[in-house]
Design a binder for this molecule. Structure first.
Ligand SMILES: [Zn+2]
Length: 71
C-alpha cells in the first residue's frame, strides 16, 4: 500500500488531528487550502488525487500548518 493510500484510509490527518476515513485531510487543513486547490482533492486515486495531495501538502508545509513535517 502506498503512503498516500495509508494517509487516505487513516483516521488522522498528518497535522495530528482526527479526520474522516477516505478524506485526504482534516477539516481545518482542508479549509486552510486556497479555493483553487480544494476541488482537486475530490478526484479519485489514479485520476489526479496524488498530485492534488502533493500540492496540498506542499502548501500546508510552506504556510506553517504542517511545519513539523518539514525537514
Ligand atoms: Zn489536518
Amino acid at each position: 500500500m502506498s503512503h498516500l493510500m495509508k494517509y487516505f484510509l487513516s483516521f488522522s490527518c498528518r497535522c495530528g488531528k482526527p479526520k474522516k476515513r477516505a478524506f485526504a485531510l482534516c477539516r481545518p487543513c482542508f479549509l486552510f487550502l486556497p479555493h483553487s486547490l480544494r476541488p482537486y482533492l475530490y478526484q479519485a486515486f489514479g485520476y489526479g488525487f496524488e498530485q492534488a495531495y502533493e500540492h496540498a501538502a506542499e502548501y500546508l508545509k510552506k504556510n506553517g500548518k504542517w511545519s513539523h513535517l518539514v525537514e
